[in-house]
Design a protein around this ligand. Structure first.
Ligand code: PAF
Length: 280
């Protein structure tokens, strides 16, 4: 695996692949890799000849109260995992390379509407940061396909919308959430949890499963959401939101919707966990 830091190096490596007619699959990450990220690499390998991963802890997607300095940095272990997974190129730019003029002067990309709801409501500016960095990385890598995990369901929808709205010639491949044996969705933020909190966190997926069961019997969405919220709070976690939505628009679900997603976020210890289930 070749690791490149500069944009010039990245472009020259990518050109050599493109000149050979090889297709490029891209897996953008913020590092601290786990099985969920490696399943994105596997998916990229199935859809493209060459896989490029990036590790960049994007300052633009962290809020003022979110501690970017304590975000786990595990570059050497991450590299070993990516090599074992068969990644050809790793791009590890610095913030100065990505935002040379500083964050305040950086042109941004924002998907209207969706960026202010659910995670966008609790994390102001977060999705602007995500779509801006993903757009920038797409321009640098120019992949044929790019893989994103469905644990971040809202993120996948926003990136898909950005790609459509800006006519980017990139196929977005959504990849199913990887879970621990307990059902807990794998996430870099799980490393903030101690053993007791990890046990507590497993309730989030169980409560989502409870919502699935209730939805097979009732369409009283508000009532189900209200009970689900109190169930999360009763576990000792603090509900941020649990909402039953239309799976495509992410608008609150209406009784005639056939494809739903239940989006949930809850605070557990120092971590803010998110998860979701899709229901057809
Ligand atoms: O999902 C993530 O890890 C990040 O939001 C992403 C897509 C790499 C952008 O920084």
């Amino acid at each position: 695996m070749k690791t490149v830091k500069s944009i010039a190096e990245l472009r020259s490596v990518l050109k050599s692949f493109r000149d050979k007619g090889l297709t490029i699959g891209f897996v953008p990450t913020m590092g601290n890799l786990h099985q969920g990220h490696l399943s994105l690499v596997d998916a990229a390998k199935q859809h493209a000849d060459i896989v490029i991963a990036s590790i960049f802890i994007n300052p633009m997607q962290f809020g003022v109260n979110e501690d970017i300095d304590n975000y786990p940095r595990t570059l050497e272990q991450d590299k070993a995992k990516l090599i074992a997974a068969g990644v050809e190129v790793l791009f590890t730019p610095t913030p100065e390379i990505i935002y040379p003029k500083g964050l305040d002067k950086q042109t941004f990309v924002e998907v209207p509407g969706l960026s202010g709801s659910y995670c966008g409501e609790s994390r102001k500016g977060h999705f602007r940061g995500v779509t801006t960095i993903v757009c920038k990385l797409f321009n640098l890598v120019q992949p044929d396909i790019a893989c994103f995990g469905l644990k971040d369901y809202q993120q996948v929808q926003m990136i898909q919308t950005m790609v459509e709205d800006l006519s980017m010639p990139i196929k977005i491949v959504p990849v199913a959430t990887k879970r621990e044996a307990t059902g807990l969705a794998m996430s870099s933020r799980n490393s903030y949890l101690n053993d007791t909190e990890k046990q507590q966190a497993t309730n989030l997926y169980q409560i989502l499963q409870w919502v699935r069961l209730r939805l097979s019997e009732s369409r009283d969405f508000e009532h189900i959401e209200m009970i689900a919220r109190s169930k999360i709070d009763a576990t000792g976690m603090r509900t941020d939101y649990i909402d039953i939505c239309n799976a495509q628009t992410l608008e609150p679900a209406s009784p005639e919707d056939t494809s739903l997603v239940v989006l949930a976020a809850a605070h557990c210890g120092k971590a803010r966990l998110i998860d979701n289930i899709q229901i057809d």
